[in-house]
Design a protein around this ligand. Structure first.
Ligand SMILES: *[C@@H]1O[C@H](CO)[C@@H](O)[C@H](O)[C@H]1NC(C)=O
Ligand SMILES: *[C@@H]1O[C@H](CO)[C@@H](O)[C@H](O)[C@H]1NC(C)=O
Ligand SMILES: *[C@@H]1O[C@H](CO)[C@@H](O)[C@H](O)[C@H]1NC(C)=O
Ligand SMILES: *[C@@H]1O[C@H](CO)[C@@H](O)[C@H](O)[C@H]1NC(C)=O
Ligand SMILES: *[C@@H]1O[C@H](CO)[C@@H](O)[C@H](O)[C@H]1NC(C)=O
Ligand SMILES: *[C@@H]1O[C@H](CO)[C@@H](O)[C@H](O)[C@H]1NC(C)=O
Ligand SMILES: *[C@@H]1O[C@H](CO)[C@@H](O)[C@H](O)[C@H]1NC(C)=O
Ligand SMILES: *[C@@H]1O[C@H](CO)[C@@H](O)[C@H](O)[C@H]1NC(C)=O
Ligand SMILES: *[C@@H]1O[C@H](CO)[C@@H](O)[C@H](O)[C@H]1NC(C)=O
Length: 396
């Protein structure tokens, strides 16, 4: 395993680039130092100790084990711009210096931990810097365990534990990063995930840690089998069912199919007029419809794991027979044309006038000597007979 830490290199290059852009040349001098960010390494990985503030015209870079820069504890040195590297007594064969003076240690071991001293020689004296390198055990692949893998949607809970010493743990459900919400809880130490009510989409679980900065390790994937349904129970048939009625003639073929969304696959049962039929398939075909096969049908869909059952019902009926002379289509009740209405009104008015005339004539001829006062009051024609205290009412 040989992995560098891209963040540090990138940062270093950006700083260099910025320096070059700003000054045209690398900063002439100043106190050199080893970048503190580069002083952490991980067992098995490559570490680069980054030299900062070194002069561009250095004549030699030499790295030493310990806090001082003697020849006895030298690891490796490089004299730019030559191609000459020199190994020292403290070299393990895994170290090297870059042309800008950084120390590269491949496949770090825990006992690489300790002080490192760099010396930069210029024509005009030398500078040294010391730093403490800490090599840590990289976190391995985390383990994962869950207390159940066969579950029922909306009923069951599952708890999973991520086995790691890492402090940064991320949880993924169906390969999607999750956080605590109303359906699931992640423990404060991030190592336990509890899904309180599993859903059909909770197909997998895994955890992931940052084993060294920017290097992630993923656990095994745990597959969950979540039973659900039956949902969405539907009937289809030939001929088609309309408003719960399937119209078919005696002797014709009838096909009926029941379908549902369910995991595992559901069990089907058919009931005809109260009695259980022998088929337990989604599809039922009646090749030649008999009179006794008419009536009410019910398709029952059951999920043996969720123990939920749904049904749909319909009726098989003979087609409605039409009476021999087909009735004329009557447009929503009794109907008469506009011209007929006018004639009807004229007829009624003339009839009323005629009847009134006869009545008035009869009254006049009977009480010819009396005084009659007609009044129109509140829409009624009132004829008062003053003397006899009798009145007649008539609607106009
Ligand atoms: C790096 O060099 C600059 C001057 O060139 C100096 O001001 C700065 O203090 C130096 N940095 C360190 C950490 O010594
Ligand atoms: C490492 O170097 C520092 C000074 O830079 C010194 O104080 C410390 O004692 C050294 N540690 C060891 C173990 O040599
Ligand atoms: C190197 O450092 C050690 C302590 O770490 C010290 O005892 C010794 O005198 C130093 N040697 C030189 C040459 O500076
Ligand atoms: C150090 O690196 C240079 C090139 O960067 C290479 O030529 C040289 O062989 C390396 N030395 C060792 C000991 O790996
Ligand atoms: C560091 O440990 C390795 C084994 O991991 C061993 O081979 C090596 O000799 C040790 N080096 C020192 C300086 O103790
Ligand atoms: C040596 O460095 C000092 C300051 O560090 C500077 O004043 C002097 O000019 C330098 N000499 C040469 C020959 O570069
Ligand atoms: C798994 O753990 C959850 C949360 O502690 C619990 O509710 C559930 O009953 C457990 N399931 C089994 C099968 O033990
Ligand atoms: C966590 O660290 C301890 C000791 O520090 C170790 O015994 C244990 O195996 C580690 N656990 C894991 C999962 O790495
Ligand atoms: C039922 O019949 C339809 C077509 O008639 C077919 O597509 C479907 O696969 C059948 N279903 C079963 C469960 O046999």
């Amino acid at each position: 395993m040989e992995l560098s830490r891209p963040r540090c290199r990138l940062w270093r290059e950006l700083v260099l680039l910025a320096g070059l852009l700003a000054c045209g040349i690398r900063q002439a001098s100043g106190q050199i130092y080893i970048s503190p960010d580069s002083l952490i390494g991980f067992k098995g990985f490559r570490t680069i100790l980054i030299l900062e503030n070194a002069t561009k015209d250095a004549q030699e870079y030499s790295w030493h084990r310990g806090a001082n820069d003697t020849v006895d504890n030298m690891i490796v040195s490089y004299k730019p711009p030559s191609n000459s590297w020199q190994m020292g007594p403290m070299s393990s064969g895994r170290e090297n210096v870059t042309k800008i003076g950084d120390l590269v240690i491949r496949r770090c071991a825990l006992n690489d931990t300790g002080n490192y001293t760099v010396r930069v020689d210029t024509g005009n004296g030398s500078q040294t810097a010391t730093g403490w390198l800490d090599i840590q055990e990289a976190e391995g692949k985390p383990g994962i365990w869950a207390n159940a893998s066969s579950l029922v949607e909306d009923m069951d809970a599952v708890a999973a534990i991520c086995h790691t010493n890492a402090t940064t743990v991320k949880w993924y459900v169906d390969y999607t990063l999750v956080s605590s919400n109303d359906r699931m809880t992640i423990s404060p130490d991030l190592k336990t995930l509890i899904i309180h009510r599993v859903s059909r989409y909770d197909r997998t679980l895994h955890c992931e840690i940052e084993s060294i900065p920017e290097i992630f390790q993923r656990s095994e994937i745990i597959s969950l089998t979540v039973a659900y349904g039956p949902d969405n129970v539907q009937l289809s048939s030939s001929p088609i069912i309309s408003k719960g009625v399937l119209s078919a003639k005696i002797g014709s073929q009838v096909m009926m199919e029941c379908s549902a969304t369910s995991k595992p696959s559901p069990k089907y049962q058919w009931i005809h007029s109260g009695s259980l039929l022998s088929f337990s398939e989604a599809n039922v075909t009646l090749p030649s419809l008999a009179w006794e096969q008419m009536g009410r049908y019910r398709c029952i869909v059951g999920n043996p794991v969720t123990q939920l059952t749904m049904y749909r019902e319909f009726q098989i009926q003979p087609p409605r027979e039409y009476s021999s002379p087909p009735l004329p289509v009557v447009n929503s009740g009794f109907y008469i044309s506009g011209a007929k209405v006018v004639w009807l009104i004229v007829f009624i008015v003339l009839g009323s006038v005629y009847l009134c005339g006869i009545l008035i004539y009869a009254l006049i001829s009977h009480f010819s000597t009396r005084c009659l006062l007609p009044w129109v009051e509140g829409g009624f024609l009132r004829v008062y007979d003053v003397d006899m205290e009798v009145h007649l009412e008539e609607q106009p």
